[in-house]
Ligand binder design. Sequence first.
Ligand SMILES: [Ca+2]
Ligand SMILES: [Ca+2]
Ligand SMILES: [Ca+2]
Ligand SMILES: [Ca+2]
Length: 236
Amino acid sequence: MSLHQHFVASTLAVITLASAASASIAAPVFYGPSAYLSSADIPVGFYAGASPTFLDTLEDGALNGGLSANTGSVISPAQWGSLVDSVDADDGNIDGLGNQGHSWFSGSGSAGITFTFNSPTQLPTAFGLVWTDGAGSITFSARGEDGALLGSSTFSGFADNSFYGTTADDRFLGVHFAGGVKSITISNSSGGIEVDHIQYGHMVTAVPEPETYSMLLAGLGLIGTVARRRSAKANA
Ligand SMILES: [Ca+2]
Ligand SMILES: [Ca+2]
Ligand SMILES: [Ca+2]
Ligand SMILES: [Ca+2]
């Protein structure tokens, strides 16, 4: 095998590997909206048989676990009284009310809230939350490591239009994507918005950005040029 033939063969091998890798990543799968009164209501299979790596009930008054939100804050019964709509179980009783717990609130439901996982080296492949209050239709979307939209869906018909911590309308929404999920966004078409149990798991090492693949292929092209020149000299 000449250098040139060898280069062609190895380049084909790399391209085959690259396409096999991208072909093996299944399309994102969206979960919910499904009723959720405690973490026992996480949809079966969402963490591929495992537990969440991190689940924030917000009962400690802060958003933790390497997560950030672009807007909103934790609200507590001490400040907000019966208006708080936490996941039902967080106050110790599954009793149809979440107003003795803590939740995450933003005044503009239509602007939505984006939760981002901040690690540069790891990504969750499962990322979800529980919508607990708001009005109108609810839209849930997710983005991958490179910021590309993985999907967006709008649902209606379950907001009960009570703003006093009722939990029968609370819904889990999540996404599973083997390529990694960087952020999730939730919005509702009118009023404020409350969420709880922001959670993720089934971690993967962050994969190289597409530009890295381009640089790799460009580098191989350069090697190929050198190999062809050497091969031409050898044949002369
Ligand atoms: Ca917390
Ligand atoms: Ca309760
Ligand atoms: Ca809570
Ligand atoms: Ca509710």
